[in-house]
Design a protein around this ligand. Sequence first.
Ligand code: DP6
Length: 327
Amino acid sequence: MQATALAHSNIALVKYWGKKDTALNIPAVGSISITLDALWTKTSVQFDAMLKDDVLELNDEDATDKETIRVSRFLDLVREAAGIKECARIQSKNNFPTSAGLASSASAFAALALAATNAAGLDFPGTKLSEMARKGSGSAARSIFGGYVEMSKGSKPDGSDAIARQIASADHWPLILLIAVTSEAKKKTGSTDGMELSRLTSPYYTPWVESSPADMQEMRQAIAEKDYSKLGTLSEFSALKMHALAIASDPGLLYWNGTTVEGMHLVRSLRQKGHEAYFTIDAGPQLKVLCQPDEADIISNALENLEGVKRVIRTGIGGDARLNEEF
Ligand code: DP6
């Protein structure tokens, strides 16, 4: 009744923001991501009849009550599917500093879904694992798969078709993502609360949902054709559109700091000089920059030299979530 799994983090090129069903965590829009090779979570789950409660350790420290409750609720779904009642000991660690504001629920819930189902004796195919991971965190559904991944919003009320699938492998097209860390502070409003606020209050929410299928179609095409300018332009557009939606929520959600904004201008000025870099930003202040491998050094140096950037993490495209890791 024990298993250990590793899952990579991912970055959305077409963003997910907003839920159709909060209880089942069904997204209101589809999304497309790349899986990130250099950032991962490793999680070990052991069901044990002697335990009275689930016990969670994160990065070698006891987790907070809030973190343990979120994981316990998720494990309840696994216990229900497996027909077991035992509590579990869960150990999880990221290979990137949690304090950097990069701690990703995507890699965390993908690794947990794989380890927990396996430890419970379930042998789920990728599609079912993705559905399970989604119930922990929407972006986690994508981290089950490597390469270029599409998350469908589905149409079934039970969410069984709101799942991710690989649309191209990592070798199809090697791109680089540079993560410029601009703040180590914990963010004030997490994605779950932020996207719910946008759904309820932002005047841009309906246009955001309605314009999503066109972005999805264009991104699929950019990936299939390896059209880098199209992929980059659309990634930047989707990120800015998501932030416009968030900023227009009430109260407005402002995830950027000054360095994030300076970084966006820097990326655009690099582009004018012929270096084709494109930015994307999630619900936090880190600036994530897409580039092609032969330009990664030059763009990374430019980001490192920007005042306020603490460090730059470089990653290529990673593979599927996998079992049988040493913890
Ligand atoms: C901005 O997957 O963290 O990173 O489903 O509520 O856990 P929950 O949200 P989460 O949201 C990710 C939002 C995003 C965009 C994206 O990854 O698509």
